[in-house]
Design a protein around this ligand. Structure first.
Ligand SMILES: Nc1ncnc2c1ncn2[C@@H]1O[C@H](COP(=O)(O)OP(=O)(O)OP(=O)(O)O)[C@@H](O)[C@H]1O
Ligand SMILES: [Mg+2]
Length: 223
């Protein structure tokens, strides 16, 4: 079964008198264990597409299926559960909880029973370690660099082992070497769990980590 299907998705933003067509008849299928790179210039609709796939934004037209379920037919409550349990989202503007340290930002995404707490803490620490943040686990987001905050957000997205991981520009704030390390971690985690990912990137050097690359221009996906 496909991890993600977009069927003729259209998104029109209304701002006052103006309307902007951010996505136009976008159709896309991402396989159950596929890593897809989405590339395109600024303003081409990449974040819009990811937000729709993650149930954060509803399309103006069209259908979205995640793991075979039509999320476009979900109620508000179903969408909340879906966002919490089924997708891992890393936003372009990293949004960590400012008063929680790096480790706590990973643990906050799930509620654990007492027995699971120790395992969750170990998983959070292992992920942070692999992301090169082993020495920054007790720091608050305000005490971290932009690239470090981005890596915490990646750890948080992977924390609950979602079936679909959506990542907006994971390497934009990182130098080449760190960017490659972070991509290797993402790809390793996604492949190890047989899950799927859509990774938005400007950086052509990062696309070789993906199984497939799709280009987007002015809201239109390349055939
Ligand atoms: N909330 C909004 N209201 C109105 N227009 C919007 C809104 N969000 C995005 N847009 C417009 O929709 C288009 C697509 O935006 P989107 O954020 O999806 O682009 P992007 O490919 O992610 O760009 P970038 O690489 O700069 O992040 C742009 O023209 C943008 O200005
Ligand atoms: Mg964007």
């Amino acid at each position: 079964m496909s991890a993600l299907v977009l069927n003729n998705v259209r998104k029109v933003y209304q701002s006052g008198e103006d309307h902007i067509v951010a996505l136009d008849h976008a159709s896309l299928t991402v396989g159950a264990e596929e890593i897809l790179a989405l590339v395109g210039p600024s303003g081409s609709g990449k974040t819009t597409l990811l937000s729709i796939a993650g149930g954060l934004l509803s399309p103006s037209e069209g259908e979205v299926l995640v793991g075979g379920e039509a999320i476009t037919a979900y109620s508000a409550k179903q969408l909340t559960d879906f966002r919490r349990n089924s997708v891992g989202f890393v936003f372009q503007s990293v949004n960590l909880v400012p008063f929680l340290n790096a480790r706590e930002n990973l643990l906050v995404v799930a509620e654990f029973s007492k027995r699971e707490k120790k395992a969750a803490r170990e998983r959070a620490e292992r992920l942070l370690d692999e992301l090169g943040l082993g020495h920054r686990m007790n720091n608050l987001p305000g005490q971290l660099s932009g690239g470090e905050r981005q890596r915490v957000a990646i750890g948080r997205a992977l924390m609950n082992e979602p079936a679909l991981v959506l990542i907006d520009e994971p390497t934009s704030a990182l130098d080449t070497k760190l960017g490659e390390q972070v991509m290797e971690l993402i790809v390793g985690e996604v492949k190890a769990r047989n899950t799927a990912a859509v990774i938005v990137t400007h950086d052509q050097r990062m696309t070789h980590y993906a199984d497939r690359t799709v280009a987007i221009t002015d809201g239109v996906l390349a055939a």
